[in-house]
Design a binder for this molecule. Structure first.
Ligand SMILES: [Zn+2]
Length: 497
C-alpha cells in the first residue's frame, strides 16, 4: 500500500548500487538483470472480443474466485456480502475532451443469499442506462453510490449481470489525513489523462463492484482511447488494435484480485522492459514525454530477484510498473502504480510494493482492520533491503522504526485496532514490522524465513482473518498468542528485546 510520505526522508538517504544488490542476493552467480532496451513495439492483433465466448458463470474455471464476502468492520458502507463476484469483464471507452467514460460491465457472480435484490457499489456521477440479469432487463435503483438490482436471486446460484453506464467519474474522499492522498478512485489529470488508486476503497468510482477486499474476482479489460494514447490495466496485454483514430487494448488478469488492487490508466505512455534472472519480463510504462523516468525503475528486476530468494517463486505471470501524477504509489496486482516522484520510484519503495505481490495481493486481509498483514511484512522486507543496501544492521533500521512507531501508535491507534479515519498511517507499518523482527529473534533466522515464505503459499489467491493468521503463527512457532496480540492490539508499544 501507499507508504506514508514522511518515510521518504529515510528512504532517500539510502544509496543503492548494483554491487550491494548482488551482495545481498543469495544467488550471486547469476547474470545481472538485462538492461532495458528501446521502446517495445506493441502487438497488433485481433481483439479477443471478436471470438469471445458468451459468459458462463457456472464454468468451474471461475471456482478459484469463490470468496467468503464479509461486511467490513471499519468501512461497512462499502461492499455488500450478498454478492460474491467471480469475474468482471470491463469494456471502458474514455473521451478526454468531454471527460466521459462509457462503460459496459459484465459481472459473473454468485449470490450468497436468497432474496429480491443484488447490491453493488457504483459512483453517483455515473448514470446507468440499462441492467440485465442473465440477459433479461431488470429494474434497478441507483441512490448515492448504491446500485440495487431488483431481481429475485437464490443462494449459491450464479448469474450474469450486465451494467451499461456513462458519465464523468469523480474520486471519493479517502478516510485519512495523509498528505499524499486525499481522494481515491478514478483521477483525471489537467490533460484529460486518467489513473486510479483505490485503497481502502474507490473502485466504485469507475465500475460497478463489490468494493471490499474479501471478494476476489478475475478481471478482463477492454480499453479504448484516442490514439496515440493507450489504456493500461492489470495483468497481461493480450491485444492492441488501432482503428478510426482510436486505440483499443485488451488485458487479462489470470488470478483473482481484490478490487482495491485493480487499476486502469489511460494516456500517452511508452513501454520499456527488462528481465529478471529467472526470466520474468518486467514492463515499465512511463509518460512518452519523460522517457528518462524508466531508467530508475529498472532496479526492480534485481529487487524482485532479491525478494524471490526470501519469499519463494513470484506468484503471478506478469509484472509491470505504471507511472502517473500521483504523489504516492501502491501495489496494484501485477501492475504497480506509482507517482513519478523521487520518493515513490526509489528502489526501496519498488521492493516494498513488489513484496506486496506476496503479502497483500496473493494472500489478502478479509477485513480492513487487518491491513497490518500487508504493511508490516512489506515494511520489514523493505527494512532488510535498506540494511543490506547501505551497510547497516537490520537492528539499526528497526531502532529507527521504533522511534516513529511509538508516536504513530499513539496518534492513530494499535495496528489491528486503528482509527478508521486514520487509514494508512505509520502505525500499521512500523508496529508489525517490529513484531516480525522480534519474532525472528525469538525463533531464529532459519525458522523465521521459512515462516515468511510459507504464509503466502499456504492458501494462495485467498483471504485471511486475524484469527486464522494468528492461529497459524502460534501453531507454527509455538510462541504464545499474547506476543502477537500485544504487538497488534495494545495501545502502547510492547518492550523490544
Ligand atoms: Zn505498502
Amino acid at each position: 500500500m501507499r507508504l506514508p510520505r514522511r518515510l521518504g526522508a529515510l528512504l532517500l538517504t539510502t544509496a543503492l548500487g548494483c554491487g550491494l544488490l548482488t551482495a545481498c542476493n543469495d544467488d550471486s552467480s547469476g547474470d545481472a538483470a538485462q538492461p532495458a532496451g528501446s521502446p517495445t513495439p506493441a502487438r497488433d492483433v485481433s481483439l479477443p472480443d471478436e471470438t469471445k465466448a458468451p459468459p458462463d458463470p457456472d464454468d468451474p474455471a471461475l471456482d478459484p474466485a469463490l470468496s467468503r464476502p464479509v461486511e467490513d468492520s471499519l468501512y461497512p458502507d462499502v461492499g455488500d456480502p450478498s454478492v460474491d463476484a467471480l469475474r468482471y469483464d470491463l469494456d471502458l471507452a474514455w473521451s478526454p475532451d468531454s471527460r466521459t467514460l462509457d462503460g459496459d460491465a459484465i459481472i459473473e457472480l454468485r449470490s450468497t443469499e436468497s432474496g429480491d435484490h443484488l447490491q453493488l457499489d457504483l459512483g453517483e456521477p455515473l448514470e446507468v442506462s440499462s441492467v440485465t440479469l442473465d440477459g433479461a432487463e431488470v429494474e434497478f435503483q441507483h441512490v448515492g453510490k448504491d446500485l440495487v438490482v431488483e431481481a429475485p436471486v437464490t443462494k449459491d446460484e450464479r448469474y450474469v449481470l450486465d451494467v451499461a453506464y456513462s458519465g464523468t467519474p469523480q474520486p471519493t474522499p479517502a478516510p485519512t489525513n495523509r498528505t499524499d492522498f486525499s481522494t481515491t478512485g478514478w483521477t483525471i489529470t489537467p490533460d484529460g489523462e486518467t489513473w486510479t488508486m483505490q485503497e481502502p476503497y474507490g473502485a466504485f468510482t469507475w465500475y460497478p463492484v463489490n468494493d471490499q477486499p474479501s471478494d476476489k474476482a478475475y478481471y478482463d479489460f477492454t480499453l479504448t482511447v484516442p490514439s496515440p494514447w493507450i489504456g493500461i490495466a492489470n495483468g497481461v496485454m493480450t491485444a492492441q488494435k488501432e482503428y478510426g483514430g482510436l486505440t483499443t487494448t485488451a488485458w487479462h488478469l489470470s488470478k483473482p484480485a481484490s478490487s482495491y488492487v485493480v487499476t486502469v490508466a489511460m494516456g500517452d505512455y511508452t513501454r520499456t522492459t527488462n528481465t529478471t534472472q529467472s526470466g520474468l519480463e518486467i514492463s515499465y510504462w512511463v509518460p512518452s514525454d519523460r522517457p528518462e523516468l524508466a531508467s530508475g525503475l529498472q532496479a526492480a528486476a534485481a529487487g524482485l530477484d532479491w525478494l524471490k530468494n526470501l519469499l519463494g517463486p513470484y506468484p503471478f505471470d506478469s509484472l509491470g510498473f505504471l507511472l502517473n501524477d500521483s504523489r504516492s504509489g501502491m501495489e496494484t496486482q501485477t501492475m504497480i502504480s506509482l507517482g513519478a516522484t523521487d520518493y515513490t520510484t526509489s528502489t526501496a519503495v519498488l521492493v516494498h510494493e513488489m513484496a506486496h505481490q506476496w503479502y497483500g495481493d496473493e494472500v489478502t486481509p478479509q477485513d480492513w482492520r487487518d491491513v497490518w498483514m500487508n504493511e508490516g511484512m512489506a515494511m520489514y522486507l523493505q527494512g532488510c533491503w535498506e540494511a543490506a543496501a547501505d551497510g547497516r544492521t537490520v537492528d539499526a533500521v528497526m531502532d529507527h522504526y521504533a522511534e516513529l512507531e511509538r508516536k504513530a501508535r499513539a496518534a492513530a491507534g494499535p495496528p489491528a485496532a486503528y482509527d478508521p479515519q486514520q487509514f494508512g498511517q505509520g502505525n500499521i507499518y512500523y508496529g508489525p514490522a517490529l513484531m516480525w523482527h522480534e519474532l525472528r529473534k525469538k525463533i531464529g533466522d532459519d525458522a523465521f524465513w521459512k515462516l515468511v515464505r510459507a504464509w503466502p503459499a499456504r492458501a494462495p489467491e485467498t483471504n485471511a482473518t486475524y484469527d486464522e493468521y494468528l492461529d497459524w503463527l502460534v501453531n507454527r512457532t509455538h510462541v504464545h498468542r499474547s506476543f502477537f496480540d500485544s504487538w497488534l492490539l495494545d495501545p502502547t508499544t510492547p518492550p523490544r528485546s
